[in-house]
Write a protein that binds this ligand. Sequence first.
Ligand SMILES: C[S@@+](CC[C@H](N)C(=O)[O-])C[C@H]1O[C@@H](n2cnc3c(N)ncnc32)[C@H](O)[C@@H]1O
Length: 272
Amino acid sequence: MEQKKVYNHKKITSDYAARDYLDKPEKSIIEELKPYLKDMSMLDMGVGAGRTTKYFLPLVNCYIGADYAPNMIEECRRKFSRRNIFEVADVRDMKKFASDMFDFVLFSYNGIDSFDEKSRLVALSEIKRVLRNNGFFAFSTHNINWEGIYDIFRFSTIYRKLLKKNDNRFFKAVFLFFKSFYFLIRLNILNKALFMASFINYLRKEGHGILADNSLNGKVRIYYSSLDYQLNQLRKAGFCNIKTYSVNGIKTEDSMELNKGGWIYYLCQLKK
Ligand SMILES: C[S@@+](CC[C@H](N)C(=O)[O-])C[C@H]1O[C@@H](n2cnc3c(N)ncnc32)[C@H](O)[C@@H]1O
């Protein structure tokens, strides 16, 4: 299914609408930006159903939340009863927004991983266009060097996860045993890989690539990158003062700490 259709699906939008927390690294990024936020004009791109709105809206001078999935934007409008601060827009084509319009663009929860490398570079150049000189860009992205990545594709992990969600009566357990096999084989097919470990090792060598993982039951294909690859991509696109945060909320350049998590959080600044 096309990625946008998945995000626009009512079941997915209401699942996102129920989320109401900030991750530790997001809290750290707010702390880092605290001195500047009150004067900032912010674009919350890929806002989803507004998980981050509640936290940023009161802190910034001007706030716009945007998403390419209209049903996500409807959820935001329902939740915050302010229709005019939410817009339907695709990050790769933001003609709705003037150049140099924002001081801060946030693309949270790996929204930027929803498309391939070519689109990612288009997205970065659009983000650059709408950002003012010295403006900030924060996002998180899937980490191909995450120490737990192989577990996603392990039969025992899939089976245990399914068992946890269900009661463990004997017949149910047997059913889930076969369902886990089905999930595993499906992931192999989606990734066109017989041995997932070798495929992951290949992507690690490349520094980036597309993986069908357990996100939204394998319905979406996810862009993964390594720390070094992502840093280079940002530098090439004109971003500097790049800070990285681990899933534990720690600001660090230490790859051991960063690779403890499936996601790495970045905060950087644009020099025009
Ligand atoms: C994983 S969800 C995260 C939603 C929200 N940021 C949150 O933290 O709950 C990713 C969001 O990015 C949006 N998205 C993906 N690709 C996009 C694009 N090209 N332009 C705008 N939004 C996009 C999706 O519709 C989805 O709402």
